[in-house]
Design a protein around this ligand. Sequence first.
Ligand SMILES: *Cc1c(COP(=O)(O)O)cnc(C)c1O
Length: 439
Amino acid sequence: MNTLALLGGEPLRKTLFPAYSVIGKEEIDAVRAVMESGILSRYVGAWNEGFYGGPQVRAFEDEWAGAFAARHAVAVNSATSGLISAAGAAGVGPGDEVIVSPYTMMASATAALVFNAVPVFADIDPRTYCLDPESVRSRVTPRTKAIIVVHIFGQAADMDPIMEIAEAHGLVVIEDCAQAPFATYKGRPVGTLGHMGVFSFNYHKHIHTGEGGVVTTNDDGLCERLQLIRNHGEAVVGGKGVVNLIDMVGFNFRMGEIEAAIARCQLAKGPALIAARQANVAYLEGKLAGLPGLALPAVAPGNGHVYYVHALTYDEAALGIPRAAFVKALKAELPATALREREGPLIGEGYVRPLYLEPMYQERIAYGDLGCPFACPFYEGETDYRPGLCPNAETAHGTVITHELMRPPMTEADLDDVAGAFHKVVENLPALRDHHRGG
Ligand SMILES: *Cc1c(COP(=O)(O)O)cnc(C)c1O
């Protein structure tokens, strides 16, 4: 039996894994055409023809809306700006509560805080890691204004019961689709199931423009509010004759023409890139199935999972060694990925700490030093961010192993090495346990 690299043996593989690079000739040609046109942006923060941006932005919005069968798409410069725009479009304000998953990237919850509303964290379903509708229901109060649903890791949340709760209480539902473009729920694409859907084109995501994002909606009124918040709404409402001034303190969340030209190419490539990921996961799972103590991700019936990451659940009792020691041994067997050399092997533990455990929530300091919005006089509820608030999210943080080693252009030979590393560590568990006990 080969000795583990962590214990002085040879690593299973030393040559880098291939880069996940989705930028090709199409994007280069498209960017060149924009450069030659001389129009790098055409936005104006006033009510005139420049309010809606330049030709690439508008063409991209039409194409994205068409691909997702949404009435509108509003391009923005990140999903963070998209989430902020969506919270503002929903009219979120001081005294309001916004129910959100704690097991997500920070920005999902920060969107509520920007409008001085209070994030209320509901627990996740331990199978999908997405919001558990029953927990959402238990968190609704007369102050609840919106729900931010996150399709985490690439799988859709259970939207039907969440939409029922929202309808019963008159709540706006924002889908954070940053990790799930082209994912489906009962055959329908995410981003069109709630009132607004927010996508990211940050370079970590399935398709990207370096930085960027887009918001989909079927509602004409929400679309107008998204466009206003994106582009200096307070300077536009007068000329445009907008009467609802709530949350019209605008931003510059505008996407440039270069990014929009890239986004058009990326949209065209998206489905094939996702299909390649899904095929890689299927191949890898065939090789990982049956390993003790490592559960493969559960895909709810009817869901199309797009695997932003591949999340395994680690059972410490079954493996007899802490997750950290297992992952350390695993990483020692594998190389980094090209273009991301400094990050080491792209394998992680836990994803994120449930957001309410971060200092901003524990200390309740966001705006100024008076405790706003948590202790804002307009807020009549009481925040609850104690450890133990969302046990399933806390357990997930303690048991999940995520990796990105299934992204195209990983080949079957590359995936064999990934699976081989898992098998090698499992076969060497007795030695690893001895090493671990010995310190
Ligand atoms: C990446 C991500 C975001 C933020 O996207 P940006 O485009 O980087 O602002 C928001 N939510 C989730 C779930 C994400 O993964």
